[in-house]
Write a protein that binds this ligand. Sequence first.
Ligand code: ATP
Ligand code: MG
Length: 204
Amino acid sequence: MMGGTFDPIHHGHLVAASEVADRFDLDEVIFVPTGTPSQKESSKVSPAEDRYLMTVIATASNPRFSVSRVDVDRKKITYTVDTLRDIRAQHPGADLYFITGADALASILSWQHWEELFDLANFVGVSRPGYELGDEHLADYLDKYPPGALTLIEIPALAISSTDCRKRAVENRPVWYLVPDGVVQYISKRQLYGTRAQPSSEGA
Ligand code: ATP
Ligand code: MG
C-alpha cells in the first residue's frame, strides 16, 4: 500500500508504486489517499473526494493498482496504524508492504504506535530527488529502525512534487506529463488550485 495526500497524484507516485511492485513481486498496490485533515489545515488541502477521484483516474489503467477509501471515509483523525489495521482486516493473511518516499522515513518514527507498524507491514523506502538514500542525515535515523523492518530501494529519479504541480496550476504553467493526462483534465474541470483553463499540450 502507498499512502499520500495525492493533491494531486503525479508520476513520481506511480513510478514508486510500480517499481516496488516489480521488485517485491507484489500482487497489488493499494493507494490510500488521506482523509480531510483537521479543520485548521483543511483550507490548504483539496477536498478528499477530489483527491480520491484523481487517484482513481491515475491508476485505472493498471490492473495491479487499486484505491482504498478507508482514510477518506474515516470520521476521525487517521493514524497510519489505523490504515494498516484496516487494510490488514480486509486482506487477512496478506504480506503487507508500506511504500514511502525517502523524505517521509524520518517522520515514521514519530507516528503513533510506530513500534506496532513494523509488525503490521514491511516498510519500503524509495529514493526521491533531494533525499538520496546514501545521505548522511538519512543514515542517522535509519539506524533507529528495528533490524529488517525497512528496505531501501533506488528508483528512477522523478523530480516531481504535488507542491510544484499545484504551484504550476495556480500560475497557469503546464502540469502535462508530470501528472497523467486524465488528472490534468480533472484539475481543469474542477478548477482545483484556482485554475481556470489549462492550455492544451501539443496535439492533446
Ligand atoms: P506534497 O508536495 O504536497 O507534500 P508529494 O509530492 O510529497 O506532495 P505526497 O502525497 O506527500 O506527495 O506523497 C505520498 C508519498 O509519495 C510519500 O511517501 C512521498 O515520499 C512519496 N513521493 C512523492 N513524490 C515522490 C517522488 N517524486 N519520488 C518518490 N517518492 C515520492
Ligand atoms: Mg509530501
